[in-house]
Design a protein around this ligand. Structure first.
Ligand code: FES
Length: 73
């Protein structure tokens, strides 16, 4: 995921989530299928319970989809 310079702070219910791998989604940070014209695949995250997450918006995190502070570099 690219195009944002800061993370998304989200509270997500239990379930399966797909995060944008290409930066083209109109529903960032979630995948909307825009990556179809690329070789990228969305990152899948399964949550067994409600959780607060800090999701990377810059595409530089080494712990994607979670922010690792790389946007500060
Ligand atoms: S937003 Fe990408 S590392 Fe924080």
């Amino acid at each position: 995921m690219k195009n944002e310079k800061k993370p998304y702070l989200l509270t997500l219910e239990a379930g399966e989530y797909y995060f944008c791998p290409c930066g083209k989604s109109n529903n960032k940070p979630f995948c909307d299928g825009s990556h179809r014209m690329t070789t990228l695949t969305p990152f899948t995250l399964q949550l067994s319970e409600k959780k607060q997450l800090t999701i990377c918006g810059c595409g530089k995190s080494k712990n994607f989809p979670c922010c690792d502070g790389a946007h500060l570099e």
